[in-house]
Design a protein around this ligand. Sequence first.
Ligand SMILES: Nc1ncnc2c1ncn2[C@@H]1O[C@H](COP(=O)(O)OP(=O)(O)OP(=O)(O)O)[C@@H](O)[C@H]1O
Ligand SMILES: [Mg+2]
Length: 229
Amino acid sequence: MANDVLVHLQDVTKTYIMGEVSVEALKATTLDIFAGEVLVILGPSGSGKSTLLNLIGGMDRVSSGELYFRQEALHLASNHQLTQYRREHIGFVFQFYNLISDLTAWENVELAASLVDHPLSTAEVLEQVGLGERLHHFPAQLSGGEQQRVSIARAIVKRPLLLLCDEPTGALDYQTGKSAGGQPAARQHSADCNPQCGHRGYRRPGRAHEQRQDCGDPNQCPPGFTGRN
Ligand SMILES: Nc1ncnc2c1ncn2[C@@H]1O[C@H](COP(=O)(O)OP(=O)(O)OP(=O)(O)O)[C@@H](O)[C@H]1O
Ligand SMILES: [Mg+2]
């Protein structure tokens, strides 16, 4: 594996089994994600984008195949090792936010910050996503887009090696999404976010493929993530 490969998937499949019914959410998927790269995963609803991010984020386990983070074999990791992996290395912006309803915006972000040794400042990150005036609001007192920005702040505050964003700006207007987008290393979205990214990758239903394409304007990459231009 090349040194700058952060994540490597080799023939990864994921099948959900529900009684008699099984859903093949991910078919043999082979993919490298490089350090410093911005990768966008595109595909229709139900094509397995969230499934793929959940596997890479150590939230779920592959059904078959191999999944590495650097040299760490996640497909062989114990539950404890996966928890450590998520805590230390992963920032995750969930498709449905997953904020803790009994905690304020500040507390939701601070909880994540408390898990790592050198977090960013919770107040500063919330300020950065435009919520400096909403620190003490509970999720139910925030709009959908504001909750999404708390979720982005919570992922960024840990300074993760890998930022996984599942529809990170789906509830935001273009300008807010651009300013709150942070520095994703891998994310999924519809085609309209392409201009923000140095690279993009496509998915076809149930199968990732290798094509990467420069969007032609590396200056538009989020800070610190200039892609492999
Ligand atoms: N926990 C689960 N149990 C059973 N089936 C599941 C589960 N999670 C996802 N699926 C199925 O796996 C397939 C892929 O789902 P996934 O959520 O990864 O799609 P997606 O590409 O993220 O879709 P969207 O764009 O709508 O968010 C879907 O057919 C879905 O119904
Ligand atoms: Mg999804």
